[in-house]
Design a protein around this ligand. Structure first.
Ligand code: AP5
Length: 194
């Protein structure tokens, strides 16, 4: 089983590249943002609670997200490998993910981090906000809050994976095709290292 984390700040292209990587390699896509938005659309108690955090650019509490990931694993026992998008976002989530994978006798093989400047990120998100219907994309203040949360809570996750020698930085500016090619190259290299 080959599991990878696609890492990077809001708007860095995780969702865009995940779609292509899923098509190319057959990974199961686990986006905690998408799972949370589904809960919101279905007006579940979890979704109603999560929306309060998401609308303000804050993280949904770890225990909620980890529980959701655990049940996703239970529903997809035969998955050939997972692509984690937007998860883990705190060191506690990264540690919980290691434990959940260990129970299933597997692990994270590589973390690929998309490197994009903040000005480019803001412009991408405001642009997406014109059509996405995502309440956290339309307000620049909420977007800046998401970046602050990223540097305080999520950036330390990079250090966690650097220590484990699983972290690789990828140039995240350029055309979608160029970035996809760089990601493929890094994945193929890691797969060949078995
Ligand atoms: P989530 O849904 O994970 O959003 P995010 O991390 O903020 O990332 P985005 O979806 O905004 O960006 P992306 O990197 O996927 O970029 P995309 O490909 O869409 O999380 C939302 C919220 O849910 C969080 O704030 C939090 O509240 C909560 N949450 C989720 N997971 C959580 C967790 N684990 N723990 C706690 N809370 C959690 O691209 C962005 C735009 O750029 C698009 O319009 C795209 O077309 C464009 N674009 C992409 N690539 C390029 C390119 N190369 N050049 C130009 N434009 C490009």
């Amino acid at each position: 089983m080959f599991n990878l984390v696609l890492f990077g700040p809001p708007g860095s292209g995780k969702g865009t590249q995940s779609e292509r990587l899923v098509e190319k390699y057959g990974f199961f896509h686990l986006s905690t943002g998408n799972l949370l938005r589904e809960e919101i659309a279905n007006k579940t108690p979890l979704g109603i609670e999560a929306k309060k955090f998401m609308d303000h650019g804050q993280l949904v509490p770890d225990e909620v997200v980890i529980g959701m990931v655990d049940s996703f694993f239970d529903k997809h026992k035969d998955a050939p490998g997972f692509l984690f998008d937007g998860f883990p976002r705190t060191v506690a989530q990264a540690q919980a993910l290691d434990r959940l994978l260990d129970l299933r006798k597997t692990e994270i093989r590589v973390v690929l981090a998309l490197d994009v400047s903040e000005e480019e990120l803001v412009s991408r998100l405001l642009n997406r906000g014109k059509t996405s219907g995502r309440s956290d994309d339309t307000n620049e203040e909420v977007i800046r809050k998401r970046f602050l949360v990223y540097s305080n809570d999520t950036a330390p996750v990079a250090e966690y994976y650097k220590k484990a020698k699983k972290f690789k930085s990828i140039e995240g500016e350029g055309s979608v095709d160029e970035i996809f090619a760089a990601l493929r190259q890094a994945i193929d290299k890691t797969m060949a290292e078995v």
